[in-house]
Ligand binder design. Structure first.
Ligand SMILES: *Cc1c(COP(=O)(O)O)cnc(C)c1O
Length: 423
């Protein structure tokens, strides 16, 4: 049995069968924007390993941050201990995120950060003896992770977890926001969500949403004005706002955090994915002083969560290095240029009869097809074009690394256009 046969027989890959799995490509190494396969082929990365690898693979600065941290310690329990990497990272995060977010809770993956956020919201209301507020409100087309309560706020149809619908807590969903990014919020969109607040706000602990860009649930960019109005409704009706910035954080949408497009402050914010530059699984849930201190004034007087790998020093140190790299770079200018290059290349597909929509924002480019694509088939076409793009459903999209050159980005976009036209 060769390695690929062994893999096929024994190893589970995401969202594919164990009986008849989609093919996988064996990676030997990755450097900068290039992914090198075992057979020697080199692919230009169009996915940043699912939003993460913003500075490219095997980045020297990040490599050094990790190896020097290994020399002092890789891990130490966070109960009863603290350390420089955790403190340095919290300082950076507090500095760059919306100003009201002053408390930092570390965990090990995005989904866990969402669970933590939802738990914080519930415990917040419990602490002030409001036991009616036990439900969540979210927007259709969303995606918040694969763990149990994170699943319950994913879109019940596009959110990959539809089969669990009858088994999950029932949450409140408002229709997809039709007002596009750059537009004002339509009355229809506003009234849809206002109605839920009017009818159910006494039961709703928090609104949880992906600000501006809905990722894995539909790759949709919606109106900043809508987001601003949701914040106002949360204030008016006494509901917390959780911003899930796990995909959008660290510059991806053209602002450092997508909330900045609307100039709003969430009560709780989740970060993950690009936080370590794609080096380690790690996430953060940040909260306002009000949320944290209200929880701590309740009974029990502490937040009931404490993962084993909380505040992992390796992850914290590489996250510090990644944030420093980002903040020292001209990421904002570069992401605008990336957006413009993608728009220039991909706009030709708007008139293609197979294409429903083309949209670009920051370092995200989406070609929405009218019909879902066959992943195995289209993936092979991309590899043949020497690029790495992994579509899902009707969305063929790229989210390049910020360090990609114009030349490489043009190649990536040309491959995307070719594949869509030939498909
Ligand atoms: C990926 C993602 C998650 C889940 O993060 P994991 O690290 O995969 O658990 C949650 N919310 C959003 C918006 C995401 O994009």
């Amino acid at each position: 049995m060769n390695d690929l046969e062994f893999d096929k027989e024994h190893i589970w890959h995401p969202y594919t069968s164990t009986i008849d799995p989609l093919p996988v490509y064996q990676v030997k190494r990755a450097k900068g924007v290039y992914i090198e396969l075992e057979d020697g082929r080199k692919l230009i990365d169009g996915m940043s390993s699912w939003w993460c690898a913003i500075h490219g693979y095997s980045n020297e600065v990040l490599n050094n941050a990790m190896s020097s941290q290994i020399e002092s310690m890789s891990h130490i329990m966070f109960g009863g201990f603290t350390h420089k990497p955790a403190i340095s990272l919290a300082k950076r995060l507090i500095n760059i995120t919306p100003s009201k977010l002053q408390k930092v809770f570390y965990s090990d993956s995005g989904s866990v950060a969402v669970e933590v956020a939802m738990k914080m919201a519930l415990q917040y209301w419990h602490s002030i003896d409001n036991n009616d507020k036990t439900e969540f409100l979210t927007i259709r087309n969303g995606y918040h992770g694969d763990t149990w309560h994170a699943m319950s706020v994913c879109d019940p149809d596009t959110g990959m977890h539809g089969i669990f619908n009858g088994k999950l807590s029932i949450q409140n969903f408002v229709d997809k926001v039709e007002s596009r990014f750059g537009e004002k919020c339509s009355d229809k969109d506003y009234n849809n969500i206002r109605k839920v607040f009017e009818e159910k706000s006494n039961k709703i602990a928090a609104v949880i949403l992906e600000p501006i860009v809905q990722g894995a649930g539909g790759m949709w960019f919606y109106s900043a004005d809508y987001l601003r109005k949701v914040r106002e409704l949360c204030d008016e009706f006494n509901v917390l706002l959780i911003a899930d910035e796990i995909a959008t954080g660290f510059g991806r949408t053209g602002e450092l955090f997508a909330c900045n497009h609307a100039n709003i402050q969430p009560d709780i914010m989740c970060l993950g994915k690009a936080i370590t530059g794609g080096y380690m699984s790690f996430a953060v849930t940040m909260a306002t002083d009000d949320v944290a201190n209200t929880i701590s004034s309740g009974n029990p007087s502490c937040f009931m969560h404490g993962p084993t790998f909380m505040g992992n020093p390796l992850a914290c140190s590489v996250a510090c290095a990644s944030i420093d790299l980002l903040m020292m770079s001209n990421w904002k200018v570069r992401n605008k240029e990336i957006e413009m290059i993608m728009e220039k290349n991909l706009s030709i597909l708007r008139s293609n009869p197979k294409v429903a929509d083309v949209r670009c924002l920051g370092a995200i480019g989406v070609v929405e097809m009218k019909n879902p694509v066959d992943m195995g088939k289209i993936q092979a076409m991309f590899v043949k074009e020497e690029v790495w793009v992994r579509p899902f459903g009707t969305n063929v999209y790229i989210m390049p690394q910020y360090i990609i050159s114009d030349d490489e980005l043009n190649k990536l976009c040309t491959a995307l256009v070719n594949v869509v036209e030939k498909y």
